[in-house]
Design a protein around this ligand. Structure first.
Ligand SMILES: Nc1ncnc2c1ncn2[C@@H]1O[C@H](COP(=O)(O)OP(=O)(O)O)[C@@H](O)[C@H]1O
Ligand SMILES: [Mg+2]
Length: 436
């Protein structure tokens, strides 16, 4: 009904002519229409309605529940077909803006003939994902009691300072991710403050590609934060498994991460620790996707431990920043030159975009751009490391993707591609080019 209404601007079973009737009368007529499945044909109101979309509406509106879609997946498959048809349409229109020969836009043959692309979708939906737990410890966490209403189930990841567990929220009866500081930091006041800072920053941001914070608490002196469970691998693990990734995938991740960072920057936050381990991925199916199943990724930026508040054109707490710059040593391979040089006045949003450039390079080539050691960082500072365009190691790369990567990696933050609108426009264009 929602789809019908969105397309036609009218509820399928409500007749505008009922205006003068009483509420009870309108109800009776509405129920009658629903029972008899009587609605004005949407194709009469929307002349260019794609036949596949019409079929979705008809199937979903059957009055007998047994004849309707049995589950969401069946409906999603039909919608995916409609989506492909609409996309092919848009390309036809772009190629032929005059609309001449528009009768070929929904060729009847395409409606009936089995579409080879369809079986591809079916295989996308087929179970091929590996279990998320494959590389993870299944040991029950030792030495850690439950955190109030949250029962710890098993460890699912860790980074420089935190350990992340799969936990069960006994009140809302759902699984969540629970992050605690590593035990060795529990007495470290500075780390405790950073942890609280991380929770507060992330909790203030509200964006589809930034991890939401459900809850924060302290149990027996140990602070913890609760996030939704992201049932896909981190980008780090995905790179470890698959090496170089499909170009369209790389550009999609870049767009989503850049969108998240641009939002954070607009809200006065620089992340300062953007790296593959801090980008979580969600796919239509949980777990590590097999090669060739890397479609429809959602990137979720996480771990705001190193982040800093700033106001546009002004660095916030210079002392705090210097601390951050020092601590960022943990992630040397992704740090921007100004972070490595501790040029505090130059550290800002552009530093996050540099990290995106390093990540893009790594996704495209399957190899880490800079080695992790201090020597590598020094060489980078002396500009002794010439950055090779990713196209040197793969043939299928459009020059636009190469250029975006190198522009993000400009050593001088003032010359870097760090205008989010421009970055997004260029990346979306490159994505369209590589999809056609
Ligand atoms: N919400 C989550 N859902 C699933 N896994 C997560 C989640 N948050 C973190 N992880 C896993 O834990 C790892 C470390 O988390 P992170 O917040 O980056 O900790 P640290 O501050 O120690 O680096 C991530 O790389 C990821 O594998
Ligand atoms: Mg991390």
């Amino acid at each position: 009904m929602i789809l019908y209404q969105a397309l036609t601007g009218k509820h399928p079973f409500v007749d505008p002519a009922w205006q003068g009737k009483t509420r009870a009368e309108r109800r009776t007529m509405l129920f009658q229409n629903i029972r008899k499945t009587e609605y004005p044909p949407p194709e009469a109101m929307v002349p260019d309605l794609a036949p596949s979309l019409l079929r979705v509406i008809q199937h979903a509106l059957r009055s007998d529940p047994k004849e309707r879609y049995a589950d969401g997946r069946a409906m999603l498959e039909d919608l995916a077909e409609a989506w492909r048809e609409a996309k092919a349409d848009a390309q036809l229109v772009a190629a032929n803006p005059t609309g001449i020969e528009s009768s070929t836009r929904h060729p009847a043959v395409a409606k009936q003939a089995p579409d080879p692309a369809l079986s591809e979708t079916a295989s996308v939906a087929a179970p091929a994902a590996e279990p998320a737990s494959e590389e993870e410890s299944t040991e029950p966490p030792r030495g850690l009691a439950d955190f109030g209403r949250y029962r710890l189930l098993r460890e699912i990841g860790h980074g420089g300072q935190g350990v992340v567990y799969l936990a069960h929220d006994s009140v809302l009866e759902r699984d969540v991710a629970l992050k605690v500081l590593q035990a060795s930091f529990h007495a470290d006041q500075e780390m405790l403050a950073l942890f609280r800072h991380e929770a507060r920053v992330a909790a203030r941001l509200n964006h589809p590609h930034i991890i939401p914070i459900f809850d924060f608490g302290v149990q027996d002196g140990k602070p913890y934060l609760i996030m939704p469970l992201i049932e896909g691998p981190s980008l780090d693990r995905l790179l470890g498994r698959h090496g170089a990734l499909p170009v369209a995938f790389c550009l999609q991740i870049l767009i989503q991460a850049a969108d998240a960072l641009a939002y954070a920057h607009r809200n006065g936050v620089v992340h300062l620790d953007v790296k593959p381990g801090n980008i979580l991925l969600r796919f239509p199916r949980p777990g590590m996707p097999a090669a060739g199943m890397l479609e429809e990724p959602t990137a979720i930026l996480t771990d705001f431990t190193m982040s800093e508040w700033f106001r546009a054109g002004e660095r916030g707490n210079a002392q705090g920043l210097s601390e951050t710059a020092r601590r960022a040593g943990g992630t040397l391979p992704y740090a921007a030159p100004e972070q490595l040089a501790e040029r505090l006045e130059a550290i800002g949003p552009a530093s996050d975009f540099y990290a995106l450039g390093v990540i893009l390079h790594e996704m495209l080539t399957g190899k880490r751009l800079f080695d992790g050691g201090a020597d590598g960082a020094t060489r980078r500072l002396l500009n002794a490391d010439r950055i090779e365009p990713p196209s040197l190691s793969r043939q299928d790369l459009h020059p636009a993707a190469d250029a975006i990567c190198l522009d993000l990696l400009a050593a001088d933050p003032a010359k870097r591609l760090a205008d989010p609108a421009w970055l997004l426009e260029r990346t979306r264009r490159a994505l369209r080019d590589c999809e056609t």
